[in-house]
Design a protein around this ligand. Structure first.
Ligand SMILES: Cc1cc2nc3c(=O)[nH]c(=O)nc-3n(C[C@H](O)[C@H](O)[C@H](O)COP(=O)(O)OP(=O)(O)OC[C@H]3O[C@@H](n4cnc5c(N)ncnc54)[C@H](O)[C@@H]3O)c2cc1C
Length: 248
């Protein structure tokens, strides 16, 4: 990033609800850290948006200044991002809101939500999501890549339970896609990962604990034991996960 772009970046920071961290800031090393600490991420800047509007502003800024953007929820899969020179790393960890509607059994999560967040909220209503083996994996990165859960034998990939996605496109538009609106983008996102924009929220079906189906874990043979295991999995790992931050 040139010194001039850095000046503009500092001006952008003042307009965000979240933050934009630059290499000479005190919090730089913490900001650029991924869950996978073996990956030494050195982007041009780290953005920590708190709203979808923040994401729009960051994408617009990057486009106007010839920078790339790379979305990251947790950094479980940080390795494939590769060289991050001239890239703003957009970390969604401050966007962790989860809403579950028990009537429709639909969940809506912000881009930084972890599976432990969903499990804790959904289980209050006797519902489960298609979480994988690790509570601190991000719901968005997991679902966009497919997502093979404990309950995959009955319910298939997590991507197939996604009902709507909100994202910021490369031209800075905040759009909502589903089976009826931009169906091609909706199809591509579910398996195509972060290649089509920065997802700001995701909606998906949950299941009742009774209909959850057989687990891929041999230790959980009944729906009651699966549900109990899911709850304890979520709370046990909640305290041990390295990077979870409470939603602001
Ligand atoms: C300990 C561990 C256990 C795992 N268990 C399972 C499992 O049981 N089942 C399974 O299917 N997978 C599993 N995985 C793989 C995991 O699902 C993938 O690594 C997934 O990509 C992680 O998503 P994340 O958001 O946490 O990671 P990140 O590294 O933050 O994101 C990975 C990629 O997802 C995309 N992405 C993330 N956020 C956004 C966004 N807001 N907008 C657009 N794109 C975005 C980007 O392409 C990003 O590079 C596991 C991984 C680990 C390390």
């Amino acid at each position: 990033m040139t010194p001039e772009t850095q000046l503009h970046a500092r001006a952008l920071r003042a307009r965000l609800q979240g933050d934009l961290v630059l290499p000479d800031d005190e919090s730089w090393d913490e900001a650029r850290l991924a869950w996978n600490v073996a990956v030494d991420q050195r982007p041009a800047a780290v953005a920590l948006p708190e709203t979808a509007e923040d994401v729009v502003a960051i994408v617009d800024f990057a486009r106007e200044h010839g920078l790339r953007v790379a979305p990251q929820g947790t950094g479980h899969n940080a390795g494939p991002l590769g060289w991050l020179d001239e890239t703003i790393l957009v970390k969604t960890e401050r966007m962790r809101r989860v809403d579950v509607d028990p009537e429709s059994r639909r969940a809506r999560v912000e881009a930084g939500a972890l599976w432990m967040d969903v499990t804790a909220t959904a289980s209050e209503h006797g519902l489960v999501g298609l979480a994988g083996s690790s509570p601190d994996v991000g719901v968005v990165g997991y679902s966009l890549g497919g997502g093979i859960s404990w309950l995959a034998r009955k319910h298939g990939l997590s991507a197939n339970s996604v009902t709507a996605i909100e994202l910021v496109t490369a031209d800075g538009r905040l759009v909502r896609v589903d089976a009826d609106h931009e169906p091609d983008v909706f199809w591509a996102l579910r398996g195509g990962g972060g290649n089509f924009g920065i997802v700001t929220s995701l909606e998906f079906r949950t299941r009742s604990r009774r209909s959850a189906g057989s687990s891929t874990s041999p230790r959980c043979r009944t729906s009651r034991s699966r549900f109990a295991a899911a709850r304890s999995w979520s709370s046990r790992r909640r305290t041990s996960a390295r990077r979870p931050r409470a939603p602001s």
